[in-house]
Ligand binder design. Structure first.
Ligand SMILES: [Zn+2]
Length: 143
């Protein structure tokens, strides 16, 4: 039995049933950040330097999406040979932020549109002899 590990340490909880991305929130202006901001608040009207780690909403709505035909940036690792994939930009209502992620395995771009409700899932990004390395993806709640 392989160990399940995050492909990127500390970016999300490892709860397979209801995973959540981990962001930070500025203690001064209450703005959320993902990936985590821990040094200086990026709100130009705030000079906050104190941040708390917060789990983000695990559901949101598709704000935009695109099919990619080129190699994705880290932390994604491309299958070889490379196959096109769909990235969805998902808006989290409470946090008022947009999170990028690939669509879950088996979900086609034609199954989503702007406004589709999606939830966070964890899938194996790559593996070695002893570990599965997981990453977050977006899956329609009706899928
Ligand atoms: Zn702030």
């Amino acid at each position: 039995m392989k160990e399940q590990r995050p492909a990127v340490e500390g970016w999300f909880t490892m709860d397979r049933e209801r995973p959540q991305l981990l962001g930070t929130r500025c203690q001064a202006c209450r703005t959320f950040f993902f990936p985590k901001e821990e040094q200086f608040c990026r709100n130009p009207e705030c000079d906050g330097r104190e941040f708390e780690e917060v789990p983000l909403s695990n559901k949101g709505r598709v704000w935009s999406y695109t099919e990619h035909h080129y190699q994705p940036p880290e932390p994604y690792i491309s299958p070889d040979p490379f196959v096109p994939y769909t990235v969805a930009a998902v808006e989290l209502a409470e946090e008022k932020m947009v999170i990028l992620g690939q669509l879950a395995t088996g979900v086609q771009a034609k199954e989503i549109e702007v406004g589709t409700e999606v939830q966070l899932v964890l899938e194996t990004l790559y593996e070695d002899d002893s570990n599965d390395y997981l990453v977050w993806k977006w899956k329609p709640t009706t899928h």
